[in-house]
Design a protein around this ligand. Structure first.
Ligand code: SAM
Length: 232
């Protein structure tokens, strides 16, 4: 796949302008020249072949040569609600969930969890989604949603959705997964879900699933569970 560049505005005309980091990457890092062709995507499902028309100090103007509807999304909607780990592990998690095709990530606030990400931290994760999408060829972005509490999520009504809570005491995953329907899967914090959270989830019909006899770190559990659901 040729080098891909992301444009935050929807591309619907014959031209487009890259600015900021994407323009700098194309002009300064890739040393592109007028006449060179690149692939653009705007996160709405299309990708475009575009030819560089002009390179400015902080922007690159392009002419759209071809537009293609290329769907690299999952056949079902997959949401991961995760009590996020800290620092680089958080970024790594988001990169891998993007590659796996996860539709949405909800940062989960739990009784035993560490502090929730700030708006600035969420923006950094959204930037990670873009970088991973450029690399893996996704034309729609994984949505990084606003944080919710585990109790609110477990109590919310959801119809026609498989709802899973990762818990080492749960049933073997393969016995409960119905592939191809929307799914919300939750992963607890390093300290685990509190008993009251697990009880509420059970009362509201969430299915506890085990990922095996070893205790996995948050990001391993999230990626492992997502991979099982996606590659099933
Ligand atoms: N001390 C915690 C406990 O014993 O529950 C460990 C929590 S673990 C580091 C973080 C989260 O990953 C858990 O809350 C759970 O959602 C998920 N997890 C880790 N290992 C798992 C396993 N073997 N099966 C299912 N979920 C697991």
């Amino acid at each position: 796949m040729s080098e891909r560049f992301y444009l935050a505005e929807r591309i619907d005309g014959r031209s487009a302008v890259l600015q900021g980091e994407e323009a700098r990457h194309l002009a300064a890092v890739m040393r592109a020249r007028p006449g060179d062709r690149v692939v653009l995507f705007d996160g709405h499902g299309l990708e475009f072949t575009a030819e560089i028309a002009a390179i400015g100090k902080h922007s690159v103007a392009l002419e759209i040569v071809e537009r293609r509807e290329i769907d690299r999304e999952l056949a079902f909607e997959l949401t991961l609600a995760v009590a996020l780990p800290k620092g680089e592990r958080q970024k790594w998690l988001v990169e891998k969930l993007t590659e796996l095709g996860v539709t949405r990530l909800i940062p989960l606030s739990t009784e035993r969890g560490v502090a929730q990400p700030t708006d600035a931290a969420l923006d950094r994760l959204r930037r990670t989604v873009i970088e991973a999408s450029k690399q893996c060829g996704r034309n729609r972005l994984l949505e990084v949603a606003s944080p919710v509490t585990a109790k609110d999520l477990f109590a919310a009504p959801t119809r026609g959705t498989v709802r899973l809570v990762a818990d080492s005491q749960g049933a073997a995953l393969k016995s409960v997964v119905a592939p191809g329907v929307p799914c919300v899967a939750t992963i607890g914090p390093e300290g685990g879900f509190a008993p009251g959270e697990l009880q509420l989830a059970a009362e509201r019909g969430w299915t506890a699933v085990s990922l095996g006899p070893r205790i996995l770190r948050v990001e391993t559990a999230a990626i492992g569970l997502a991979a099982c659901l996606v590659l099933h």
